[in-house]
Design a protein around this ligand. Sequence first.
Ligand SMILES: Cc1ncc(COP(=O)(O)O)c(C=O)c1O
Length: 387
Amino acid sequence: MVYADHNGTSPLLPEIRDFLTKRLQTKLFANPNSIHSLGHQVQKRIELCREKMAEILGAHPAQIIFNSGSSEGISHVIHHCLLAAGKKKIVFVSAIEHAAVLNTLIFHQKNSGFDVRTIPVLKNGVVDLNWLETQLAKLSDQTALVTVIAANNETGVMQPYFEIQKICSELKVSFFSDTTQILGKEDFNFADSNLDFAILSGHKIGALPGIGALLVKDPTTLHPLIWGGGQEQNLRGGTQNYLGIETLCLALESFQAKKTKTRELKKAKLEFESGLKKKFPQVFIFGSEVDRLAGTSLIGYAGLHGQGLQIELESQDIFVTTSSACSDNEPSTSKVLKAMGTDDQLGRSVVRISLSIHQELSDYKKILNALTEAYRKVSKIEFNHAL
Ligand SMILES: Cc1ncc(COP(=O)(O)O)c(C=O)c1O
């Protein structure tokens, strides 16, 4: 089997499975906020994880707030920024955000009258920085928030989030970048990024699902989203998911130990893509001319049906998706690809192949063979049908 949907979820790392097997045999199950010694021991483990993660991410331990994952981190940051916005009502959001950002903003638009404006993207999948700069030059004093994803989950295309942070800092405008696809997958240092916020999701990097973290430059000013019994410096209520936190820390440590493999993964991906293009010159690789996540390829073959290809690949034990996992049931071109000016013939044909540094690079060879077979089969069916 080849699992090639790491942007959707990255399966539990084998070393974390082994860790959990042993961890579940211990008696260390207690409320970390309880005053007895078991509670203290669990709390100590959480704080140790926080310290180790802060070291890897270039943050101070107090800047890390554990939560349930990126959707919560996104809701939290947007809630905080819009609450702090005063009379400012404009929100600039890129056309290629994850549904978690778009739906949170739609809620605030409907319920609090925010004026949500879309930042266009270029054909190559990168946000139009000139457009944003021009708008901010005119409207910065009315702008509550700018939000641009750090790397898009469908195309893998990296966005100029450092530059946008710099522009927004100069204009004193709040900026949020959804870093879900970057943290624990690509080199990242919170202090160097100068971002006010960053988010991390456990299931994207081989930890348990349902655990994540929000990084905040200045936690003393953050409004909570969930009120509880004072956990996480009063910033995120609810008994901490301490088992999840332990796995999150291990997954980050594992990435840190192996991160030089990112370069090898990227090289193997580019070889795979050029091998595919040699066999099928009509194949289109989205964002191929710009910087992308090391293990992500979004591939189109105009006229074919992406879901047909996905089913054919699955019959060969290769697991890919057609677009972002959340929009799998929509047989239409994704919003992200539409924003890049993609027509339906191409947009409906895409398959997303996303690999991680934790798997064998030879998997690309298996995918190339399987995709070759799938293209031959599906094009025979679809193009004959069209005739
Ligand atoms: C870019 C991006 N943002 C947010 C999310 C939501 O993450 P989570 O599943 O941790 O809530 C995802 C995952 O689907 C994602 O890829």
